[in-house]
Ligand binder design. Structure first.
Ligand code: CTP
Length: 396
């Protein structure tokens, strides 16, 4: 195969430092990288470090007579198989959405006839601003591909979506784009459960838990990105539905089981939901009132186990994956759970690490019948992409 070439536009943002690692990883993967550094980008990384890692010249100015003599800017914009913008700042996205061409980076984006992949990075308020939302919609409609942003703590001290996707995830997106958008799970169907369940005590009170749904939503999105047809059965969360995913909202464990079974047949089931183990034996039809006596105890009955049901059912998906929250004896407990539930893999979550529940990062181990594989601590988005990649390997 001919060597693939990308034109890497590095915008001005703190995430520009990750463009250096991205360049290194792309070169390691055998991809040629020709960098364009914006003026703002040059405030964060030097042309010298970018050039050294890319093993190519760095282009900076629009009107450099030497560059124009060697290679005109129009030619430069066509010299690659793919144009990657990382970090894609709010400013670069706005320029590209409106067709502005006042500098080399924006001129290149306007002049290119090659596919474009952007890795946005900006403050959460800027990402959520209606102007950026509009620009994103315009660029998507123009066929621009996106990877990230991830959600997390930001350099500016705020928190939320806006952090640039990790270099490894951008490399994966680049490879998928270069491979003509290879979608290894296209034609496959997956069911993902996520979020908490809510078990009613009466019309106003309930039993629930603190699950945010982040990990399950990220997995649903990562599977969809690989071409999989995904149904996400979700308890109440505050999260947006990931691109390309069909979401079914439920409240109780019994509703989650019914919706999961309705999503079959599927090739893959990933049970990430924090299902309440018990529910009140009786649900009051009207609000239970204080009557001056001691509070009545709430009798509980066990909820159905969705993972176990899917694992033993007649329409069992070929690959059934469960999650386990463990504070100790991770491997032994996960192996026991694998046998008890009858699933194929357990993603064991080390919740003894502070900040895992509801946080952005996850320290997990993948436990299969064959053994255990410990993954380094990484963002939940990364765990999702890595797991989706492993699932795709199973269906090769
Ligand atoms: N699960 C489920 N339905 C339930 C309970 C759990 O589908 N009623 C799934 C979860 O989605 C997860 C796995 O089973 O994939 C977790 O199993 P569980 O037995 O609840 O393990 P832990 O939460 O780790 O709790 P414990 O160690 O107390 O058993």
């Amino acid at each position: 195969m001919d060597q693939k070439r990308i034109l890497l536009i590095v915008g001005g943002g703190i995430a520009a430092y990750k463009a250096l690692e991205l360049t290194r990883l792309l070169r390691k993967a055998g991809v040629a990288v020709r960098p364009i550094l914006t003026q703002a980008g040059a405030e964060f990384v030097t042309p010298l470090s970018l050039s050294a890692l890319a093993e190519d010249k760095v282009y900076c100015e629009l009107f450099s007579l030497t560059d124009e003599a060697e290679m005109g800017h129009i030619e430069l914009s066509r010299s690659a198989d793919l144009v990657v913008v990382a970090p894609a700042t709010a400013d670069l996205m706005a320029k590209a959405a409106h067709g502005l061409a006042g500098d080399l980076a924006s001129t290149t984006l306007l002049a290119t006839d090659k596919p474009v992949l952007m890795a946005p990075a900006m403050n959460v308020r800027m990402w959520e601003h209606s102007a950026t939302r509009r620009n994103l919609a315009t660029l998507r409609a123009d066929g621009v591909m996106f990877v990230g942003p991830d959600e997390g703590a930001m350099a500016c001290g705020e928190y939320g979506p806006g952090r640039m996707a990790e270099p490894a995830a951008i490399v994966e997106a680049v490879m998928a784009a270069l491979g003509g958008g290879a979608r290894p799970l296209s034609g496959r169907r997956a069911l993902v459960t996520a979020g908490p369940t809510v078990e009613a005590i009466d019309p106003v009170r309930m039993l629930t838990n603190r699950s945010s749904g982040k990990q399950g939503y990220a997995i649903a999105g990562a599977l969809a990105a690989l071409g999989c047809e995904v149904t996400l059965v979700s308890g109440p969360t505050a999260l947006p539905t990931p691109a390309g995913v069909v979401r079914v909202d439920v409240e109780s464990a019994r509703e989650m089981l019914a919706a999961s079974e309705a999503a079959l047949p599927a090739d893959i089931a990933v049970c990430v939901a924090a299902v309440a183990d018990w529910r009140p034996a009786e649900t009051g039809e009207t609000k239970i009132k204080k009557d001056g006596k001691a509070a009545a105890p709430i009798a509980l009955v066990e909820n159905p186990d969705i993972l176990a049901n899917l694992s033993k059912g007649r329409r069992r998906p070929r690959l059934v994956i469960g999650f386990a929250a463990e504070t100790h004896d991770l491997e032994a407990n996960a192996q026991a759970k694998l046998a008890k539930k009858g699933c194929d893999w357990i993603v064991a979550n080390d919740v003894s690490v502070a900040g895992t529940m509801g946080g952005d990062d996850n320290a997990v181990a993948l436990v299969t019948k064959g053994g255990i594989e410990r993954w380094e601590r990484m963002a939940k988005g990364e765990v999702a992409r890595k797991l989706a990649g492993r699932i795709a390997q199973e269906f090769r």
